[in-house]
Design a protein around this ligand. Structure first.
Ligand SMILES: [Ca+2]
Ligand SMILES: [Ca+2]
Ligand SMILES: [Ca+2]
Length: 846
C-alpha cells in the first residue's frame, strides 16, 4: 500500500510539473509562441500595401481562441489609420535555442530601420526595440511601439493603469487636440484620410491613461493581459476617435537620440488553467430536408477528448423535449489548429424542431421540413440587391436607406492618376473630355460595388450577366420591389407588377449603356476622387454635395445660383480604354438586350447597338494592339465572353474561339472552368457534351478529393479574402453538373455548399448569409451600415478567413474586417452569384 501511494504521489508531482510548464510560452514549429490558451504571433502575417492595415498583421495575439491583439510594430502615430504608413518586415529570424524571433522593420520613406526582438520569458514575452541609428528627426515624438486590442472584446471591461482602475469605453468619446498639418506625416502614397474643412489642422488623439503597468481586463480571465515597461511610458489610446475601425492602442514613444536597446515591454497574457476551447458544433442553421443527408462537423481543441456519442432532441408542441436519436461520433482528423469529428443524424427524418446535444452543449434549434430552402434567396433579391442600386433613392417602410447619390455626375479623371481602389488613369483620357471636365449623364443606374459606393464596371458587367442568366434559366417572376427610374425611387416590399430581376437588369444596363454611349467605351470605374469620402459610412447621397465642382469658387464655397460648389468631392470617371472590358460589355449588352425585349424595348435596342459597335471596335483594337494579344483569350472571362458572343451573334468565329479556349482551360484547371462549359451545352451539338464527359469525371474526382482535404468537403480558400464565393461557385457548378450529368455528379454534393454557408464551418456555427438561418445568422457584416454594427439582409459574408499559419476566424461582434465580413455585388464572391446558386439549388431540390 505504501509503495502504491508513493507511485501515485510521483504521478501527481509529474502532473503538477507538466501543468506548470505548460503555462510557459514555447516557440513552436509553426514559428509562433504557444501555451494552451495563448498564441503570440510575430510577423507571421505581414502588413501589405494597397488597402494597407487590415488589422491582420504585425505582432498578434490569439487569446483563448480569439485574435484579440494585432498590429504590434513600430508605428508612426498613436492610432494608425488604414492608409497610414506601415513597416516592411525586411527580415525575420527565428531562434529556437534562445526562444526568440527577431525582425527588422523598415520605413522606406524615412530610411528608418528598427529591430524588434520578441523572446519567451516564462509565461510572458519580452518585446524589445533596438536601433542602430537614432530615429530620424522627422520621426521624433512620432515613432513608437504600438500594440492594438480589439474593442469589442474589451469594451465594458476594466483596466488598471499603475493600479488606477478604469473602464474601456463602449463608444469613443474622444480626447483630442488639433495640430497644424505641417506636423502630420504623409499617408500612403500621399493620400489624406480626412477633410480638415479648410482649417489646415489635423486631429491628434490624446491618451486615455499613461503609466508603466497596464492590466487589461483583470475582470475577465480570458482577456486579461499585463503589459509592463520600466524604461518608457505606456499610453492607452482609443483608435476609434479617428476611424470607426480603430482599435484600442497601447503605445510607447521611442526615445530621441538613442541607439541600442531603446525600449522593452513585458507582455504577460493570462492563460486559464487547463483551458480547453468549447466545441464548435457545425450544422445548417437553415435546417434540413427530411430526406437529405445530415452531418454535423464538430470542431474540437486538440486537447479536448472527443465524446463517443451525440444526440438529437425534438421539441414537441407542448414545449417538452425528448431524445429521438443517439449516434456515434466518427473521427475525421486534424485540420490546421483543431481536431474534427462528425456526427451523422441522417436517419432523423420526421419534420419538426430539433437541436443537437453534444456532452453538456445544446445547440440552438433547427428545422427539418420540406420547405426550408424555399426562401434562401429572398432577402438577397428583395433587400440586399435593391439597397445597392446607385443613382436612385431607396426606401423601406419608415426607413430611407439612401437618397439619390452623385447628382453632379462624374468628372473626367486626369491622366496619369493612381487610385486608392486599385485603378489608374493612363497617359491620356481616351475620351473627348478635358481632364476634370464634368461628363454629364453617367449618374444613372448601376450598382454599388460592395461596402463602398463606386461603380466597378467589370463587376457591374458580371451583375447584369448574372441577372440575365438568372432570368433566362429560371424566369423568376418574384415582384416585391417598386422601381421607378423616372422618379428615381425604389420602395422595398411594394410590388409594382414587374418582375424585380427585369428591373435589376434594366438598372444595371442603364449605367453600362450610358458609359458606352457617352464615353464611347467602358470606363474602368466611376469612383471617388478623394480618399476622405471613399471610406464614407452613412447615406450614399451625402458622399458628395450633388453640385458640380467649380474651380472658380473657393474651397467649401457654394455659387450664388446654388448650382455649383468649390468642394472637391465629385467622383471621377476612369476612362482608359480596355478592349477586353469592351468585349465583355458587348457580350453582356447582347444578353441584356434579349432579356429587356418586350419590357423596355428602347433600352433593349440601345444595348444591342452598343453591343455591335463595341464588338467591332474592340476586335479591331485588339488586332492593332499587339501588346493585348497575350492577354486575349487567356483568362476564364475570355472563354465565357466568346461563348456569350456566340450565343448572341451565332457567328462561327466566336464558337471556334470558344472551342479552342475551353478545352485548354479545362486542361489547365477543370474546377474553375467547367461551369462555363456547362453553360455552353444547350448551344452546342451532342459531340460537345460527349467530349466534356471525361472532364466531368475528373471534376467528380476533385469533389471526392475535397472530402480528404478538409472535414467540410468544400474548397477552402486561404487567401486574404475569405472563400464563401468559391464555395458558392462550387455549389453552382455541382447543380449544373447534376443537371447535365446526373449519373456522374450526384445532387447531394450541392448540400455541402448550403451546409457551409448556413453554419457548418470552422470558428463558429452562425449562418454566413445575413438574416438567413432560422435562429442564428451572423449579426454583423461589413456593409455600408457597418458603423452601426449591423447588416444588410441577404448579404453573403466572405466568411471564414485564414490567418497564417493555422488560424481560421470570423468576427461576429466586429464588422470592420472586409476579408471576412464584406459583401460584394458581382465578381467571384458576389451576392448576385449567390442568387444564381440559390436559384439553381432550389431547382435541384425540386
Ligand atoms: Ca470599390
Ligand atoms: Ca417589381
Ligand atoms: Ca460636388
Amino acid at each position: 500500500m505504501k509503495h502504491l501511494k508513493l507511485i501515485s504521489l510521483v504521478v501527481l508531482l509529474l502532473a503538477v510539473c507538466e501543468h506548470g510548464s505548460s503555462q510557459n510560452l514555447k516557440l513552436n514549429d509553426l514559428e509562433y509562441f504557444e501555451a494552451q490558451g495563448v498564441n503570440i504571433l510575430v510577423y507571421n502575417n505581414l502588413f501589405t500595401g494597397g488597402f494597407n492595415d487590415e488589422k491582420n498583421a504585425g505582432i498578434e495575439m490569439i487569446h483563448h481562441g480569439v485574435r484579440t491583439a494585432q498590429g504590434g510594430a513600430v508605428r508612426l502615430s498613436s492610432t494608425p489609420e488604414q492608409w497610414d504608413l506601415v513597416p516592411a518586415i525586411s527580415s525575420r529570424k527565428v531562434d529556437h535555442e534562445s526562444k526568440s524571433i527577431e525582425s527588422v522593420l523598415r520605413y522606406e520613406d524615412f530610411d528608418f530601420d528598427s529591430r524588434v526582438v520578441v523572446t519567451a520569458k516564462g509565461n510572458a514575452v519580452e518585446i524589445s526595440v533596438y536601433l542602430d541609428k537614432p530615429i530620424p528627426a522627422a520621426l521624433e515624438g512620432k515613432a513608437g511601439f504600438n500594440l492594438e486590442f480589439l474593442p469589442s472584446k474589451y469594451w465594458g471591461k476594466t483596466f488598471l493603469m499603475d493600479g488606477h482602475s478604469n473602464l474601456f469605453p463602449r463608444y469613443v468619446v474622444g480626447n483630442t487636440i488639433t495640430r497644424p498639418n505641417s506636423e502630420k506625416l504623409k499617408q500612403f502614397k500621399g493620400y489624406v484620410t480626412s477633410d480638415d474643412r479648410g482649417t489646415g489642422r489635423f486631429i491628434d488623439p490624446l491618451p486615455l491613461e499613461t503609466g508603466h503597468t497596464i492590466i487589461l481586463a483583470p475582470d475577465e480571465p480570458e482577456r486579461l493581459v499585463k503589459i509592463t515597461s520600466h524604461d518608457a511610458d505606456l499610453m492607452l489610446f482609443d483608435g476609434r476617435v479617428l476611424a470607426q475601425n480603430g482599435w484600442f492602442v497601447v503605445r510607447s514613444l521611442l526615445p530621441a537620440g538613442k541607439t541600442g536597446k531603446v525600449l522593452t515591454w513585458t507582455v504577460e497574457p493570462n492563460a486559464i488553467k487547463n483551458w480547453v476551447r468549447e466545441p464548435n458544433i457545425g450544422f445548417s442553421q437553415v435546417g434540413y430536408l427530411p430526406s437529405q443527408q445530415k452531418v454535423s462537423v464538430i470542431e474540437l481543441d486538440k486537447k479536448d477528448k472527443p465524446l463517443s456519442k451525440a444526440s438529437i432532441y425534438k421539441i414537441e408542441e407542448d414545449g417538452k423535449t425528448s431524445e429521438v436519436f443517439s449516434g456515434n461520433i466518427i473521427a475525421w482528423g486534424d485540420y490546421y489548429k483543431y481536431h474534427y469529428v462528425k456526427f451523422d443524424f441522417s436517419s432523423v427524418n420526421a419534420p419538426g424542431i430539433y437541436y443537437i446535444q453534444y456532452g453538456n452543449i445544446r445547440t440552438n434549434n433547427f428545422l427539418i421540413e420540406s420547405n426550408i430552402y424555399d426562401k434562401i434567396t429572398d432577402a438577397t433579391s428583395d433587400i440586399w440587391i435593391p439597397i445597392h442600386m446607385n443613382h436612385i433613392s431607396v426606401n423601406e417602410g419608415y426607413r430611407m436607406w439612401h437618397g439619390e447619390p452623385f447628382k453632379e455626375s462624374y468628372l473626367q479623371a486626369p491622366p496619369n492618376t493612381d487610385h486608392f481602389d486599385l485603378h489608374a488613369q493612363g497617359p491620356s483620357t481616351d475620351t473627348k473630355y478635358e481632364p476634370m471636365e464634368t461628363i454629364p449623364g453617367l449618374n444613372i443606374g448601376g450598382f454599388f460595388d460592395a461596402g463602398d459606393f463606386d461603380i466597378e464596371t467589370g463587376s457591374n458587367i458580371f451583375v447584369v450577366q448574372n441577372f440575365v442568366q438568372t432570368w433566362e434559366y429560371f424566369k423568376p417572376l418574384r415582384d416585391q420591389t417598386f422601381v421607378d427610374e423616372k422618379q428615381r425611387y425604389v420602395d422595398l416590399h411594394r410590388p409594382d407588377g414587374t418582375p424585380d430581376v427585369l428591373q435589376y437588369i434594366e438598372h444595371g444596363t442603364l449605367n453600362l449603356v450610358a458609359q458606352a454611349e457617352i464615353i464611347g467605351h467602358m470606363a474602368q470605374t466611376l469612383s471617388n476622387s478623394v480618399l476622405d469620402n471613399y471610406h464614407h459610412l452613412g447615406d450614399a447621397a451625402s458622399i458628395t454635395d450633388g453640385l458640380p465642382y467649380n474651380p472658380n469658387l473657393g474651397p467649401y464655397e457654394v455659387a450664388q445660383d446654388g448650382k455649383s460648389s468649390g468642394v472637391k468631392d465629385d467622383m471621377w470617371a476612369f476612362t482608359s480604354r480596355n478592349p477586353n472590358l469592351d468585349l465583355r460589355a458587348a457580350a453582356t449588352f447582347a444578353g441584356a438586350s434579349r432579356a429587356l425585349k418586350g419590357y423596355n424595348d428602347e433600352l433593349s435596342e440601345r444595348a444591342l447597338v452598343q453591343s455591335k459597335r463595341l464588338l467591332k471596335e474592340a476586335a479591331e483594337l485588339l488586332v492593332n494592339q499587339p501588346q493585348n494579344e497575350g492577354r486575349r483569350g487567356e483568362g476564364s472571362a475570355d472563354v465565357a465572353t466568346n461563348l456569350q458572343l456566340y450565343i448572341t451573334t451565332g457567328e462561327q468565329q466566336y464558337v471556334d474561339k470558344f472551342q479552342e479556349l475551353i478545352w485548354k482551360a479545362l486542361e489547365r484547371k477543370v474546377s474553375s472552368n467547367i461551369l462555363t462549359a456547362f453553360h455552353a451545352i444547350p448551344y452546342m451539338d451532342a459531340s460537345f457534351k460527349e467530349k466534356l464527359r471525361p472532364y466531368v469525371v475528373k471534376y467528380k474526382e476533385y469533389i471526392d478529393e475535397l472530402e480528404k482535404d478538409n472535414p467540410y468537403g468544400v474548397p477552402i480558400h486561404l487567401g486574404n479574402w475569405a472563400g464563401s464565393g468559391d464555395v458558392v461557385s462550387f455549389g453552382t457548378t455541382i447543380c449544373f453538373a447534376n443537371r447535365h450529368f446526373p449519373n456522374i455528379v450526384e445532387a447531394s454534393h450541392a448540400f455541402k455548399t448550403t451546409n457551409w454557408l448556413f453554419g457548418c464551418h470552422p470558428y463558429h456555427n452562425y449562418s454566413l448569409v445575413a438574416t438567413i438561418g432560422a435562429v442564428r445568422p451572423k449579426e454583423v457584416f461589413y456593409g455600408n451600415n457597418r458603423a452601426d454594427f449591423s447588416f444588410i439582409p441577404g448579404n453573403v459574408a466572405p466568411g471564414i478567413l485564414f490567418r497564417q499559419p493555422d488560424h481560421f476566424e470570423n468576427y461576429d461582434d466586429w464588422p470592420f474586417l472586409w476579408g471576412q465580413n464584406e459583401g460584394t455585388i458581382g465578381g467571384i464572391g458576389g451576392n448576385t452569384n449567390y442568387l444564381i446558386f440559390g436559384s439553381a439549388f432550389k431547382n435541384l431540390v425540386r
